[in-house]
Design a protein around this ligand. Structure first.
Ligand SMILES: Nc1ncnc2c1ncn2[C@@H]1O[C@H](COP(=O)(O)OP(=O)(O)OP(=O)(O)O)[C@@H](O)[C@H]1O
Ligand SMILES: [Mg+2]
Length: 246
């Protein structure tokens, strides 16, 4: 499966979400994971480097830029999950990844400047779905304020997103120091505070995006995808697909 964590708003939490989901798949689903860092800022590559320096369980990572479609398809032959972290712009790598991704998560903070990007993201997703109609794309609201008086902002953000054709996850992340504290040393919230609320947020987002209710169901889904030889055959005709099945 290829999960793209993308969007054109800087600082919305793309790298943070991509890294924490990668750690969840690695640690709790025992999946083979590779992260693809398409951002010249190298946020995710630096996080992996910090993991390696601190001798934490290894997660593979490559840096790829530009027309990465074929690279992703070949990586998919070797790993259970490919997690692509695109930087905060609409660039070629993001569109190329969207042409083959099975899942796309687009984090947004409940802030006006983030919500202004929804319209353009809806256009990009709509275009990519013409060639990749099975892709499941969702907005996810991140870094939410926890004060009850601010809850209206979260609801309003979800309402803005839901006026478009793209799914909006019920699951969100709240603004919590553990996200910032964990990434400094290459950790994830699941490794730093496995019983904490942030760890549960990451599990909930992943379960909802992959339409499962438990880690066991997610593992079953990964096994099914591994057994399905058709992944990686995007862009071929129905008759070609049939012949591949035989
Ligand atoms: N739920 C959260 N609570 C608290 N801090 C968070 C949360 N999510 C992300 N952050 C913090 O917000 C900052 C920006 O996050 P991140 O680097 O993931 O954004 P980004 O979308 O990848 O940015 P860019 O567009 O520059 O790549 C980081 O310091 C990260 O730790
Ligand atoms: Mg980033």
């Amino acid at each position: 499966m290829i999960l793209l964590v993308g969007g054109e708003k800087g600082g919305s939490g793309k790298s943070c979400l991509a890294q924490n989901i990668a750690a969840f798949f690695t640690k709790e689903c025992e999946a083979s994971v590779i992260m693809v860092d398409c951002d010249p800022q190298r946020t995710t590559s630096d996080w992996i480097q910090a993991r390696n320096n601190n001798q934490l369980p290894a997660i593979n990572c490559v840096q790829l830029y530009g027309k990465i479609r074929n690279d992703l398809l070949s990586l998919e032959q070797h790993y259970d999950v490919i997690i692509v972290d695109c930087g905060g712009q609409d660039n070629l790598a993001m569109r190329a990844a969207m042409s083959v991704a099975s899942h796309v998560l687009m984090p947004l903070r409940p802030k006006r400047r983030d919500l202004k990007t929804v319209n353009h993201m809806d256009d990009i997703v709509g275009t990519c779905m013409m060639i990749n109609p099975d892709m499941k794309a969702s907005f996810v609201i991140t870094q939410c304020p926890s004060l009850p008086s601010q809850a209206k902002r979260i609801l309003e953000a979800k309402e803005v997103c839901s006026t478009y054709d793209i799914n909006v996850l019920d699951s969100i992340t709240f603004s919590r120091n553990v996200y910032d504290d964990s990434e400094e040393s290459g950790l994830s919230v699941i490794e730093l505070e496995p019983e904490g609320k942030a760890a549960q947020e990451i599990r909930n987002i992943t379960f909802e995006q992959f339409e499962v209710n438990s880690t066991e169901q997610l593992q079953t889904l990964l096994q099914e995808k591994k057994a399905n030889p058709l992944r990686g055959s995007y862009g071929i005709t129905g008759s070609q697909k049939t012949s591949l099945r035989q």
